[in-house]
Design a protein around this ligand. Structure first.
Ligand code: SAM
Length: 332
C-alpha cells in the first residue's frame, strides 16, 4: 500500500484562504460527504487554487521546472492572500515555509513538468483526444502546442469550470486546441457525459488524473480507472499522480488536530478533512493487470532527476514526497 507516513504528528500545515467572508463561514463546516459540492474557494475546489498558487511560485524561480503563466492570473483574480503570497507580502504563508512550502512548490513544478512531457509524447504518437480529469485550473489546453485537430476534454465540477472560464474569457485567452468543458462530478456517470460531448472511444486518447485520487473514496477511484480502461482504445495513454495512504492512526490524529485548529481560527482551510486516505490499488499495478504497459516513477526519484532536494523521511515534507509516484501507461 505504498510508503506509510511517519508516526510523528508534526504541526499542521493549514492552508490559508482568501478574504471572502462567505467562504470563511462555509469553511467551518467542511467535511466530505456523498454528493458534497464546492466552488473555487471552498472545500476541494480551493485545492485547485492552492496548487495553481504553487505553480505560480515555481514560475517565479530563476530556473523553474515548469512555467504556467495562467496560474498567477487565477490567483490574482481571487486576490487576498492568494495574490499577496506571489508579491512577497505574505511571508508566513505556508507555501513560503522552508520545512514544507518549498518542497510542495517543487512538487507542483515537478509534476507539471513530468505530465507536460507525457502529453507531448502522446501527441507525437498521434493521439488527438485528451481527457483532463479534475481539470481544476490546469491550463494545458492553453499552454501546450497541441497538433491540429486535437480536442481537450476538461472534466470538473460546474463552479470550478465557471470560474476558470470567466477568468480566461475576461483575459481574452485562446485555447491551442478545441476545448470542451464537461461539468460533472467524477463520482457520477462521467463516461456517459464524455461520450455525450463527442469523445470517440474507437480512437486513441490520452488521460490524466493529477491531484485527484486523494479526493475520491476507493470505490470511486476504482470506477474512475475502470471508466478510463473501458473508453481508452488501443494506442491510448494514461497518466496518474498516485499517492499512497497515510497510516490510519496518523491520519485520524491529523484530522482531529485540524478540527481543533479550525475551531480556533476559521481563516485557515483544511486539508486532511478533504481527503479520503483510501486507495483502490497502486495505479501502475491496476493498469498493468489489464494489459497496459505501466511505469511508476517515485516522486523522490524524479526530484533527483530534475535536481531538486529530497526531504529526509522524518521531516514535515518527507512523507508527502515519499508517498507519491508519477505513473504513465500505454495500452497496446
Ligand atoms: N488537476 C488540477 C491540477 O493539478 O492543477 C486540479 C487539481 S486540484 C488539487 C483537485 C481538483 O479535483 C479540483 O479542481 C476539484 O474540483 C476536482 N475534483 C475533486 N473531486 C472531484 C469530483 N468528485 N468531481 C469533479 N471534480 C473533482
Amino acid at each position: 500500500m505504498g510508503v506509510r507516513c511517519c508516526a510523528v504528528v508534526a504541526p499542521l500545515p493549514l492552508r490559508p484562504i482568501g478574504k471572502d467572508a462567505a467562504a470563511l463561514a462555509r469553511n467551518v463546516g467542511w467535511v466530505r460527504s456523498e454528493g458534497d459540492t464546492w466552488d473555487i474557494t471552498t472545500s476541494v475546489g480551493s485545492t485547485a487554487l492552492f496548487v495553481a498558487t504553487a505553480r505560480a511560485l515555481e514560475a517565479q524561480k530563476p530556473e523553474p521546472l515548469a512555467v504556467d503563466p495562467y496560474a498567477e492570473l487565477f490567483c490574482r483574480a481571487v486576490g487576498g492572500r492568494w495574490a499577496d503570497v506571489l508579491d512577497g507580502k505574505d511571508p508566513d504563508h505556508e507555501l513560503k515555509s522552508d520545512e514544507w512550502g518549498q518542497y510542495f512548490v517543487n512538487f507542483q513544478g515537478a509534476r507539471t513538468r513530468y505530465f507536460d512531457a507525457y502529453f507531448r509524447r502522446a501527441a507525437d504518437a498521434g493521439v488527438r483526444q485528451v481527457v483532463i480529469l479534475a481539470a481544476g485550473l490546469d491550463s494545458r489546453a492553453y499552454r501546450l502546442a497541441w497538433p491540429g485537430a486535437t480536442t481537450v476534454f476538461e472534466l470538473d465540477r460546474p463552479q470550478v469550470l465557471d470560474f476558470k472560464r470567466e477568468v480566461l474569457t475576461s483575459l481574452g485567452a485562446q485555447p491551442r486546441a478545441e476545448r470542451r468543458e464537461i461539468a460533472v462530478d467524477l463520482r457520477d456517470d462521467w463516461p456517459q457525459a464524455l461520450r455525450d460531448n463527442g469523445f470517440d472511444a474507437a480512437k486513441p486518447s490520452a488521460w490524466i488524473a493529477e491531484g485527484l485520487l486523494i479526493y475520491l473514496p476507493a470505490a470511486a477511484q476504482e470506477q474512475l480507472f475502470t471508466g478510463i480502461d473501458t473508453l481508452a482504445g488501443p494506442g491510448s495513454h494514461v497518466a496518474v499522480e498516485d499517492g499512497g495512504v497515510m497510516d490510519p492512526d496518523e491520519y485520524a490524529a491529523r484530522v482531529e488536530q485540524e478540527r481543533a485548529a479550525l475551531a480556533e481560527d476559521a481563516q485557515q482551510r483544511p486539508f486532511f478533512q478533504l481527503v479520503y486516505n483510501e486507495r483502490c490499488a497502486p495505479a501502475a499495478e491496476w493498469f498493468g493487470r489489464r494489459g497496459w504497459t505501466a511505469a511508476g516513477t517515485p516522486l523522490a526519484d524524479y526530484f533527483r532527476q530534475v535536481g531538486r532536494p529530497v526531504p529526509e523521511p522524518d521531516t514535515e515534507a518527507g512523507p508527502m514526497i515519499a508517498r507519491n509516484t508519477l505513473v504513465s501507461a500505454l495500452k497496446a
